[in-house]
Design a protein around this ligand. Structure first.
Ligand code: ATP
Ligand code: MG
Length: 434
């Protein structure tokens, strides 16, 4: 994309309403625009990041055996009456009436709807296990929307729902998602730590939150340094295997949110390894047994001919929140430092002298050779070009100036480290594409 023609608006001033770095930078770098409280339009730069995050989530859900569907945003109140949650869910639920005066709602989550869909087809134990997920906008009328997309009212979530015949099967499904989450966040360049969590209004008895440590996080967490040192990608066995050892390797270390914190157990963690910090919840998984299947009449015929009520779990990832969380974990005073896997552009080619034949030719050549690159071809001074590149946070900057263009070299800057080097165009390409 050529910056001279792109819709990539950046702001010089810091917007007054933004109190944390990610919110500030998302507005300044032109990722999103607030349209009303807690509701955002995604501009090209933000939309590209959101789609990259979404795609990693999708690939890892698919790899773990979940199947993608798409459920609507508008749901019928009747469904929620069946589970008893229509009245239990508070003012966070956006309730609507259609022209026939039928009660509807904008979905804050989908346990009821997916149970209804599944009960329409599942007849026998052979139809299980299944795990269905979708990536869809949710609405929760949060009392205090804040921190930009981190706590919005409309937000994008991946939610998966598992159906199993037995408790053991449900536990296996839970572990599949547990490990899929570790892989998902690691691929995004994020360290998200699984912690014992309260099951809250979804109910049930087993739950973990995946938390990115950040000073601006809303949750207080307690975690052993040993867990922070673990490598998520190294620990994913084949999903068909016995997953208990891989999961236990993580859950055997102390990690808990404030609600689940156990001071006595905390004392057992060696003093030098006790990390008490703030964190951002980017994912949450639950095993809740037959809460929805029983209340909504989902049952199948078991192997012995008797009726079985399936065991269920649900598994959420805050896809839009992840954009903010990634920035919280990767930024400096100048701007964003995107991890490669989710960067909106792989590199920016900065032409320092637009109109100079040698600069133009070398810049065009670099731009054409790097897929997913941005070309700063504006007739701007060098200062603002560098400032925008740092603000938008592209992992690589390829700087083409008149002296270098004449000598056949470019300056290559790695945004994450600030490291700069003069290299031949070929070496620059090898590094970027390597
Ligand atoms: P929180 O405790 O942050 O309010 P929650 O426990 O209500 O979240 P879940 O129902 O577990 O959220 O939803 C799954 C995921 O969706 C969360 O882990 C979080 O990443 C994301 N999420 C929840 N609420 C919001 C929101 N208001 N804005 C953006 N993302 C959200
Ligand atoms: Mg949660």
């Amino acid at each position: 994309m050529r910056l001279s023609r792109a819709f990539l608006p950046t702001l010089k001033e810091t917007p007054a309403e933004a109190t944390i770095a990610s919110h500030r930078l998302m507005l300044r770098a032109g990722l999103v625009r607030q349209t009303s409280a807690g509701i955002y339009a995604w501009l090209p730069l933000g939309w590209r990041v959101l789609q990259k995050i979404e795609q990693i989530v999708r690939e890892e859900q698919d790899r773990a055996g979940a199947q993608e569907i798409l459920m609507p945003t508008i749901q019928s109140a009747d469904l929620w009456r069946q589970s008893g949650r229509y009245d239990a869910y508070g003012p966070e639920m956006l309730r609507l009436r259609d022209r026939h005066d039928r009660e509807c709602l904008y979905g804050p989550t989908n346990e009821e709807m997916v149970t209804d869909i599944f009960r329409g087809y599942a007849k026998s134990y052979r139809d299980l296990p299944r795990n269905l997920y979708h990536i869809q906008w949710k609405f929760r009328d949060e009392v205090r929307p804040r921190f930009g997309v981190m706590r919005g009212r409309e937000f994008l979530m991946k939610d998966a729902y598992s159906f199993d015949v037995t408790k053991e099967g449900a536990q296996h499904s839970y572990r599949q998602m547990f490990l899929a989450y570790l892989r998902t966040f690691a691929r995004m360049g994020l360290k998200a730590v699984p912690m014992r969590a309260d099951t809250g209004p979804i109910g049930g008895n087993l739950s973990h939150e995946f938390i990115v440590l950040a000073e601006t996080g809303e949750s207080q967490v307690f975690v052993s340094q040993d867990l922070l040192d673990m490598d998520a990608l190294a620990s994913a066995p084949d999903y068909g295997a016995d997953l208990a050892p891989a999961v236990d390797a993580w859950t055997s270390h102390y990690a808990a949110t404030e609600e689940m914190h156990d001071p006595a157990a905390w004392e057992q963690v060696p003093e030098g390894k006790r990390v008490s910090a703030r964190g951002i919840e980017v994912g949450h998984i639950f095993y809740f047994g037959t809460k929805y299947s029983a209340s909504m009449g989902l049952s199948v015929q078991g192997p012995d001919g008797k009726t079985v009520v399936p065991e269920m779990g649900s598994y959420g990832i805050g896809v839009s929140r992840l954009v903010g969380a990634t920035i919280e974990a990767n930024h400096d005073e100048q701007g964003i430092k995107w991890p490669d896997a989710v960067a909106p552009f792989k590199a920016v080619v900065i032409n320092l002298k637009q109109g100079d034949a040698a600069c133009d030719a070398l810049s065009e050549r670099m731009y054409a050779a790097i897929p997913d690159s941005l070309y700063d071809d504006r007739s701007e001074r060098a200062g603002p070009k560098f400032a925008d590149a740092d603000l938008m946070g592209h992992p690589w900057q390829v700087v083409v100036g008149p002296r270098g263009a004449a000598a056949g070299v470019v300056e290559l800057k790695r945004r994450a480290t600030g490291e700069k080097q003069e290299v031949s165009p070929e070496d620059a390409l090898a590094k970027i594409l390597g």
